[in-house]
Write a protein that binds this ligand. Structure first.
Ligand code: ADP
Length: 492
């Protein structure tokens, strides 16, 4: 590791407090050969810390530990599994300031947003602490009256949980929470860009009484090489993945060898529809949230705005005014609302998409370029008159860029919204209740935000259709991903 850019004692303290090793079978260990990987501060591009860089053999040891712990964990009383999550929830809440600072340092988002993610992350543990004791089956008389039927739920077994960098803690808790509640053991692999939040979370679970081997944590710079053999190992029973559609497809292919149970939360290309009867103030507020939360780096981010012709101009102007006034900077600074993008590659992708749209005739109402200097900053951008063939209407932008296109009528709005292979979420702004339901039902997505710019809620089933994946996380549905149904036929 070279020089760091930590600007305060506080920052140094929170980074130092995080374990940097692998957690396998209840003990923290170095990676084979003592290899490490650097974690960067995206606001400066300089290293923040180094963590263990697991080899395939390390990863296999983590699976061995998960397999060894599975039987006793499945037999652990559900109430106690729930209590562990409840204690972890309380610890996360109590330590939310330091966890938020840690998250901002490795991921870049403003402190207030990190704080919101920490709260959201904790909510999954609270929710699933309550679900652990509500795993129910049924008992019935067979139709012929002679036999009885008992239906019961059991944990699927050792799980592989792979998470992305954009929500470093919440994407962990919404997999770990239901896995713990259901009685599954696991190998968790966070993204190499943001492992610190997950390492801190693992320590919290340990302190909350999670038995050794239930959660094993692998940080690695070679995800494919480390996880491939685990996905191919028949002792692993489930893979839950959040990340790109491209990688999800690859993992699904690998998992097909042993018919692995899968949950896939993949890319999005969310349309944001504004009808001419919408409350425009509410639509602009909702648009800022749906676009700018997490610097636009969310699979639920509004990717494209389809606005009714008569209000499209005013909407673009007002959105541009809001986005143009947002303060860009290091997420730790007071008043900053827009942090850096995660790395140079991501910023390059955003810049290419904007250049393409402008080349095809779109107009930049505000922004339109990267910010000079250190870090991976991109200025908030609104593009008006975006033509239908612009690439950013088809591809996930993952940055602070809002393209606005107009539509003529409701049918055209629905057709434009559904003209994508993705199907995670859509946003609809209208004051007409009939239209609200008609459009919501016609949208090919797993979720709809009706007159609101955020849908995420631990109590709701989060997930997509089409190329956005399958399976649901959170809500009453979330725990089912970690349970098998067994039917016992009883002869009387
Ligand atoms: P993003 O575009 O958000 O970085 P990715 O799909 O590349 O999304 O990564 C999401 C997660 O999947 C990360 O933890 C990453 O390390 C992991 N990952 C990427 N490629 C593979 C792979 N071939 N096998 C297993 N995990 C992978």
């Amino acid at each position: 590791m070279t020089a760091t850019q930590l600007t305060s004692e506080n920052e140094r303290t929170v980074v130092d407090a995080v374990p940097k090793q692998l957690l396998i079978g209840g003990s923290w260990r170095d990676a084979e050969g003592g290899r490490t990987l650097d974690v960067e501060d995206p606001s400066t591009g300089t290293p923040l810390a180094s963590v263990a860089d697991a080899s395939p053999a390390d990863a296999m040891r983590a699976l061995d530990a998960a397999v060894a712990a599975q039987a006793s964990w499945a037999a652990h009383p559900p109430r106690e599994r729930g209590e562990i999550l409840r204690r972890a929830f309380e610890q996360i809440v109590a330590r939310s300031d330091e966890l938020a600072l840690l998250m901002t340092l490795e991921m870049g988002k403003p402190l207030s947003e990190s704080k919101a993610e920490v709260t959201y992350a904790a909510e999954f543990f609270r929710w699933f602490s309550e679900e652990a004791v509500r795993i129910e089956g049924r008992f019935a008389v067979a139709p012929n009256g002679a036999g009885r039927m008992l239906v019961t739920k059991q944990p699927v077994g050792p799980c592989l949980l792979i998470t992305p960098w954009n929500f470093p803690m919440a994407m962990g808790t919404r997999k770990i929470g239901p896995a713990v509640a259901a009685g599954c053991t696991m190998v968790v692999k966070p993204a190499s860009q943001t492992p610190l939040s997950m390492l801190a979370l693992a320590r919290i679970l340990e302190d909350s009484g999670l038995p050794d081997g239930v959660l094993n944590l692998i940080t690695t710079s070679s995800s494919g090489k480390a996880m491939g053999p685990l996905i191919a190992d028949r002792r692993a029973r489930k893979l839950s993945f959040t990340g790109s559609t491209e990688v999800g497809r690859k993992l699904m292919e690998q998992g097909s060898q042993q018919l692995l149970r899968l949950s896939m939360e993949l890319g999005g290309n969310a349309p944001f529809l504004v009808f001419d009867d919408a409350d425009l103030d509410a639509a602009v507020e909702g648009a800022v949230l749906a676009k700018m939360r997490n610097i636009g780096e969310a699979c639920t981010a509004a990717n494209r705005f389809h606005v009714a012709g008569p209000v499209a101009g005013e909407f673009s102007e007002r959105l541009a005014e809001k986005l143009g006034a947002m303060k860009v900077g290091r997420g730790t600074e007071d008043g900053v609302q827009v942090g850096p993008l995660i790395d140079a590659t991501q910023r390059g992708k955003v810049a290419d998409l904007v250049t393409d749209a402008i080349g095809r005739g779109a107009k930049a109402v505000v922004g339109g370029q990267a910010r000079e200097g250190a870090g991976y900053f991109y200025n908030p951008t609104v593009l008006a008159d975006v033509p239908g063939d612009a690439k950013l209407l088809k591809e996930e932008i993952f940055g602070p860029v809002a393209p606005v296109a107009s539509f003529d009528d409701e049918a055209a709005a629905i057709a434009a919204a559904n003209d994508t292979e993705y199907g995670l979420v859509a946003y609809v702004f209208t004051r007409d209740i009939k239209r609200a339901l008609r459009v919501s039902e016609a949208l090919e997505t797993g979720m709809v935000g009706l007159n609101q710019g955020i849908v995420s809620n631990a109590a709701a089933p989060f997930g997509g259709i089409k190329h956005s994946g399958f399976g649901r996380e959170g809500g009453r549905e979330g725990i089912n991903e970690y349970l098998e149904t067994k039917y016992i036929a009883i002869n009387l």
